[in-house]
Design a protein around this ligand. Structure first.
Ligand SMILES: *Cc1c(COP(=O)(O)O)cnc(C)c1O
Length: 460
């Protein structure tokens, strides 16, 4: 044991080694010294426990691995083979090439973010996406904030603080991550007046709740659940009418904010922003990274006077968007204006992906795995849109199904691979849905699956 311990080189000697010097140039001296110290410490314990001193090559490889691991970002790209298109835990919407290019360009240099080039004086960052949003939605004005939760908080704070907001009991939703409408309401200082019942709310329920203290009528899209059976909700148009009669504002939180009709793809019709604006909603808010398919943002469109009031509110400063976000939102919206959203925006490309295309990709992957003796078959199944839109709605898909002794163990080794792969387990099989796998990732997915299957076989 003592002789084995004496074989361990010193930190200084290791630092003379060519591969270590290369590491130093790449990662910097101090990270490398730290990795050497930790590695040697670790080895001393292992040798005391009876292990042999590793070879020089093994030692250097371990140091290299440690340095690389210590600088690896915690946020890492992965392959989404779950078939859930807008997967909140996996980062919601992947971005289009043009969106990414615009964000890169805005981030690389300076821009006229808050500078009016014609006048040579201070401008507003909120002017940038406004024209595009007006054209696409038909609204008078628009405002971009950090996310839709922020958008709703801003609206309620600016327009209803200390006053009452009437909402149907069937719309007091909780979105993933603990975002609850009643909690946002409490934060805003507005008082929540719940009307109707969980399944049925009528116009007269709102009418009886309206008092001197009422500031606005709020409609929240039940984006992640569906109440079926004996149900009734008041449509936007009817709510707008009532708001007009009572000189109140009607605010519509759409959640997902579709600009295209999901019904064209065999799905239920998700409420569209244009429809809500046309119905006369005073303000409509929605996310930038759900069905819109762009960067994280909260988008508010509606009446000019109200949007102006929001822009003047101090809270807007706390919710303000970064220049890269503005650039990305604009580039993403441009896809809609140019009529190329289905082709260019990944979320819509996935929704619109023809079944034969998915089937062909699944067959290729299954064949690739079969080549190395892995039992993989193409199976029928369903993808979902996810991300708080179209609950219960599915898109037919084709899956690569892996039948193994322990699907949980396989799922784990897929998750721990580089890159990580997330699939889903159903009926004792691990399923990979190619619909949400980006084009160009199929090969890598095949390699990852092979590697994971081999490791799982070895270790159970
Ligand atoms: C998703 C959602 C929100 C929250 O939007 P974020 O952009 O995630 O902040 C708010 N309201 C509804 C109805 C939603 O579906």
């Amino acid at each position: 044991m003592q002789t084995e311990l004496r074989k361990l080189p010193s930190v200084d000697r290791l630092l003379q080694e060519q591969p270590v010097q290369t590491l130093s140039r790449e990662y910097g001296h101090s990270l490398v010294v730290e990795a050497i110290r930790v590695t040697l410490d670790d080895l001393r314990w292992r040798i005391l426990a009876g292990a042999d001193c590793p070879s020089q090559a093994e030692l250097l490889a371990e140091i290299g691995g440690r340095v690389a691991a210590s600088t690896r970002p915690t946020l890492q790209p992965l392959i989404n083979a779950t078939g859930v298109i807008i997967h909140t835990n996996l980062g919601r919407a992947p971005l289009s090439d043009a969106t990414l290019a615009a964000m890169q360009e805005a981030g690389t240099g300076y821009s006229n973010l808050e500078f009016d080039l014609a006048q040579g004086e201070r401008g507003s960052r909120y002017d940038h996406a406004e024209e595009l949003l007006r054209r696409l939605t038909g609204a008078e004005a628009a405002l971009l904030v950090n996310n839709n939760a922020g958008a709703l908080l801003l609206i309620l704070t600016a327009l209803a603080r200390g006053r009452e907001v009437v909402i149907s009991r069937g719309q007091l939703v909780e979105i993933g991550g603990g975002f609850r409408i009643p909690d946002v309401m409490a934060q805003s200082g507005a008082r929540l007046i719940e009307v109707g019942t969980t399944n049925r709310t009528y116009r007269r329920d709102y009418e009886t709740a309206i008092t001197e203290a009422t500031a606005l009528l709020l409609r929240v899209h039940s984006s992640n659940f569906r109440i079926v059976g004996f149900t009734h909700q008041v449509e936007s148009g009817e709510l707008v009418e009532l708001a007009r009669e009572c000189k109140l504002e009607m605010v519509d939180d759409l959640g997902s904010g579709a600009l295209l009709d999901t019904a064209a793809f065999g799905l239920a019709h998700e409420p569209m922003v244009q429809e809500s604006v046309a119905a006369g909603a005073d303000l409509v808010c929605f996310s930038g990274d759900k069905l819109l398919g762009g960067p994280q943002a909260g988008i508010i469109v509606g009446k000019k006077a109200l949007v102006e009031r929001l822009k003047q509110h101090p809270l807007v400063r706390a919710l303000r968007v970064d220049k890269t976000t503005i650039a990305g939102v604009q580039a993403n919206l441009l896809h809609y204006l140019k009529g190329e959203a289905l082709r260019e925006i990944p979320v819509w490309r996935m929704i619109a992906m023809p079944l034969p295309e998915i089937e062909a990709r699944a067959a290729r992957l299954a064949a690739q795995l079969a080549e190395v003796g892995i039992q993989a078959e193409v199976a029928e199944g369903f993808s979902t849109v996810g991300g708080g839109s179209l609950p219960g709605e599915t898109l037919p898909t084709r899956l690569v199904a892996l039948r193994v002794n322990s699907p949980d163990a396989l799922a784990r080794s897929l998750r721990l691979g580089q890159p990580a792969v997330v699939g889903r387990i159903e009926g004792g099989r691990l399923l990979l849905d190619l619909r949400t796998v980006l084009p160009g990732q199929d090969e890598v997915l095949g390699r990852c699956a092979k590697r994971a299957l081999v490791t799982t076989d070895k270790h159970g």
